[in-house]
Structures are given as structure tokens and as C-alpha cells.
Design a protein around this ligand. Sequence first.
Ligand SMILES: [Zn+2]
Length: 142
Amino acid sequence: MSLKLSKKQREELRMKFGGRCAYCGCQLPEKGWHADHVKAVYRELEIDREAGKQGQFKLKQTGEVFKPEHDCLENLFPACAPCNLFKSTFSINGFRAEIGRQTERARDYSVNFRTAERFGLVQVVSKPVVFWFEQYQAEVTA
Ligand SMILES: [Zn+2]
């Protein structure tokens, strides 16, 4: 990310939702969490021909940012690395829909999941995906 946060800003951001990941609600360690752009910042990529080996190529960021207005502190949520990487450029509701498809996807692709489910070791529950920041905000304003 291009926005540089001071140590104090980073700590404030980490504590924004009680020190937990804005999405899954896991406890964030002091180091190793990500500042997620709630609304994505799109960075232009180009092929870096010098970096790639023969027949391969690498992508590099040109520094061009398409939604620079999203690169601000108000648009940042603290997130664990897996949530941040999975969310990628999804919107909040796009991300929610993707998470809602996870059990179906596990059933389709994982023989381990199907076996565990067949033997009653895994039980899929049907419920809406509620992010931690939504629960947290509801508790704070209650
Ligand atoms: Zn998370």
C-alpha cells in the first residue's frame, strides 16, 4: 500500500474494532496484520520483461493508482492476512457473497470435506455472513 501510516496511526487502526480483524474477528497480533482498503485502490500493472526468465514474465506495479481517493485513513480497516488477501478488490458485499459460497465450494472440490460431512464430522449451517466490524459497531451503538 502506498499510504504511509505513523506508528501511532497504525496502532489506532489496529484497535479500531477492539484489536480484531474487521472481517472474521480474530485477534490481531501487534505485527503481521494488514491495513485493508475497504474500497479498493486499483494499481496499474505492467509486464516486466527484464524480471522474467525465458518464456515467463512478471507483473510489476507502475505506481499508477486508479482510485487514489480511496487511499486514505478513513478507508482503511485492520484485517488479518488471510481476510485481506481473500478480499482482494472485492467490495464488502462482494466479499460477503464469496464467503457465503465457501462451504459449497469445499463440498465441490474437497473429498476430505465430503467424507467428513458424510460421517457427521462437519455440519454446514445456513446463516448470513456478518462481519466482525458490523457486530462491533452494533454493540458500540447499542
Ligand atoms: Zn480475518
